[in-house]
Design a binder for this molecule. Structure first.
Ligand code: HEM
Length: 578
């Protein structure tokens, strides 16, 4: 069974691969066409809208049962058993939803619920259901009830206004209990442990702290652009910017957390840290792991549990190992730069932090802060070559405001509304976490005539919200100008009283909103504005970039691609010191 969108591509690319005359005509006009196809393009929607609703995996289940080598009596028996289980399940669920007035939604399959429909591009399935069941609907994964929120007003009502109820996390078996061992800000319930870890993290991530180490972000952004220039041989060789973006984000977090950095892509920590982040994303997607929702699986040795235990051990070994190095230096009286680890070692007794607490706190920085910002830089690099007109407008703004004798700085940001618009538009179109990190309700809650029972997981369906035509006309077009009059930082926009005015929902909402958003925004601005300042970024005609396919199950980044990054004026090498 394939996801309805499995074979779809960003149409600009798909059209480029076609050869007939009509396709070529469309190529010229397709700069702003919708990038996912309309739902009606897939035969599943032509034949039956009910398939997704009732579980179109019944189709593949039936296909297995109807295997040619099976006897007719076995097939009949199997069909009767499957049918009966399905009818019983359907009755059970509809009684549950009807009696308690829980918002309706897809019924799903017995035992696993809607899980099989969410294993690949879950955001597209959730979007399909949002159009069918409305802005707040329910589904089940195993024994867990979910509410899917696809509307800004409801998101604000639940997660911000009623943050006292909706700010916890479900203690997922794999993410919270196995990988993070009950620690970690991201995964802990809304309790004293979370408050302590969040307070310590915020000490290093708040706006004033970020001001104090902006020189680090500035330096790493320059290194990034210099490496892109050098590895791309001043625009003559194709280059994949992804590993360079990864190292830039990694170095920022290494400096903030441990006071160290890597000096080249070949440093062993680069591959190791990026692998750990990717493994974490792939193990812990909000809906990607059945072990979390079928308790029986937690007692049976299985592949995901083994993976989770190994990841926990690798995180403690890697980041715990770096903590020990800092500790040794401090004990030896060596000079250790101010950093998160120095702070937690100095306050360890007072804060009652054990070694695992510290290792997992640092892991949360390295996981939360690397793959995410790198992903935005990567999506930007993958898509901007398709928009020479947008690049030209950005170059004109940079020449006018910054000139060609220096790189853009943080102080320039307020005077570069078009660059800021490009960044916000990349974030709207390519949020690395379409489903964020789900919140968890700690009380029964009555809302708009419905009941959201205690212990419900609440998911922010940002894919649907970011493509809502009421808020973003022509939602599938890449149009930075839609943000041209938005002078807010995203971290400021998140506090707007009118939820419909918020730029996007990439950083989540309410009391669990991303505490790293100030450093993330600054880092991304410096990297992207400098790439635009230095290069004309062009695609390689024989290597079309497929923006619809992406790596990863939770944190999303583009599949590997190559482009040319051509220095756009003769001052570039001087300013970069090359
Ligand atoms: C583009 C970059 C980033 C994106 C898209 C992003 C996204 C998110 C999202 C969606 C959440 C969950 C919010 C919610 O529950 O409503 C989150 C939480 C978190 N983020 Fe980020 N993040 C980014 C950068 C960073 C950075 C640079 C750090 C630095 C350490 C960081 C650290 C964290 C932590 C510790 C949490 C857990 C907060 C909690 O549960 O209380 N993030 N992030």
């Amino acid at each position: 069974m394939q996801h309805p969108y499995h074979h779809t591509e960003y149409p600009r690319r798909r059209i480029a691969k076609q050869t007939n005359a009509i396709s070529r005509l469309r190529l010229n006009t397709s700069q702003h066409v919708a990038y996912p196809p309309k739902l009606t393009e897939h035969p599943a929607h032509d034949t039956s809208n009910n398939l997704l609703e009732m579980g179109y995996h019944m189709e593949s289940l039936t296909a297995v049962v109807l295997h040619p080598n099976l006897s007719p009596s076995f097939i009949s028996l199997a069909m009767v058993v499957i049918g009966s289980i399905y009818v019983l399940w359907q009755n059970y669920i509809s009684r549950d939803v009807g009696a308690k007035n829980i918002p309706s939604g897809p019924i799903g399959l017995p035992i696993v619920g809607s899980f099989p429909f969410l294993t690949h591009y879950p955001e597209l399935t959730l979007d399909y259901w949002a159009k069918r069941y409305g802005p707040m609907y329910s589904l089940r994964l195993g024994n867990q009830l979910f509410i899917i929120v696809s509307d800004p007003i409801i998101a604000k009502d639940l997660m911000v206004t009623n943050g006292a109820v909706f700010s916890s996390r479900k203690e997922m078996f794999l993410k919270s209990q196995t990988i993070f061992a009950g620690r970690g800000i991201t995964a802990t319930p809304y309790n004293e442990k979370w408050r302590k870890h969040r307070r310590i993290a915020s000490y290093w991530l708040n706006k004033t702290a970020v001001d104090s180490y902006t020189n680090v972000l500035d330096y790493e952004a320059t290194v990034l652009v210099r490496d892109l220039y050098t590895y791309g041989k001043a625009g003559s060789d194709p280059i994949n910017p992804q590993p360079h973006a990864g190292r830039c984000s990694l170095n920022n977090m290494l400096t903030i957390a441990f006071g160290i950095r890597t000096d080249s892509l070949d440093h062993p920590l680069v591959a190791r840290a990026l692998k750990l982040s990717r493994e974490f994303m792939n193990c812990t997607g909000p809906v990607s792991n059945l072990t979390d929702f079928v308790p029986l699986l937690q007692h049976i040795p299985n592949f995901m549990t083994t993976r989770g235990k190994k990841l926990h051990a690798d995180l403690v070994e890697t980041y715990g190992g770096l903590i020990k190095e800092v500790e040794v230096k401090m004990k030896n009286g060596e000079d250790v730069p101010d950093c998160l680890v120095k702070t937690i070692l100095q306050t360890q007794q007072e804060e009652e932090l054990d070694f695992t607490d510290m290792a997992i706190l640092c892991s949360a920085f390295m996981i939360g802060g690397v793959e995410t910002t790198a992903s935005i830089m990567q999506w930007f690099s993958a898509l901007i070559p398709a928009y020479p007109d947008i690049q030209q407008r950005a170059h004109e703004e940079l020449d006018r405001v910054v000139g060609r004798n220096r790189l853009p700085t943080v102080e320039d940001e307020k005077d570069l509304p078009y660059i800021r618009g490009i960044i916000k538009e990349v974030e709207r179109c390519h949020n690395p976490f379409w489903l964020g990190t789900p919140h968890f309700g700690t009380e029964d809650f009555a809302y708009r005539g419905h009941l959201i029972p205690k212990n419900t997981v609440v998911v922010l369906n940002t894919y649907t919200m970011h493509h809502d035509p009421r808020r973003h006309p022509e939602p599938f077009a890449f149009k930075p100008e839609r943000y041209i009059n938005d002078s807010t930082l995203s971290s400021e926009s998140a506090n707007l009283s009118d939820a419909m005015e918020r730029d996007h929902w990439m950083f989540g909402a309410g009391r669990r909103i991303c505490p790293g958003m100030w450093v993330a925004e600054r880092e991304v601005f410096l990297a992207i504005s400098r790439m635009l300042w230095a290069f004309k970024m062009v695609e390689i005609p024989s290597e079309p970039i497929d923006l619809k396919e992406y790596d990863g199950l939770s944190g999303r980044s583009p599949v590997p691609f190559r482009i040319k990054m051509i220095p756009r004026h003769d001052k570039v090498d001087d300013v970069l010191g090359i």
